[in-house]
Design a protein. Sequence first.
Length: 109
Amino acid sequence: MTTKTRALVIGGGVVGVSTLYHLAKKGWDDAVLIERKELTSGSTWHAAGLLPLFNMSYSVGQLHKYSVDLYSALEEETGLNVGFSKVSNIRLAMTKDRMDEISLLFGHC
């Protein structure tokens, strides 16, 4: 086991695993993740699949959009089925402000 590392990620939930993944994508080959049990065995599984693109926060909406794109590409990148499925829903904009928010998120409407 290594005794020195550039980054130590504590916790193998969605945030920890994502942090390690993104560090590795940036070329960090000396980052370590530690987890006390199994990966994603904590509270991460409670939110599995919840990536709504409609959100009251533009920043969170962009994060969700990035996540959908990332999860969609992981099978091709890794050769493993990650079990991600896109499903849809319909939300209606009841005000001009809400329509403007949706337009910002998707760039049209």
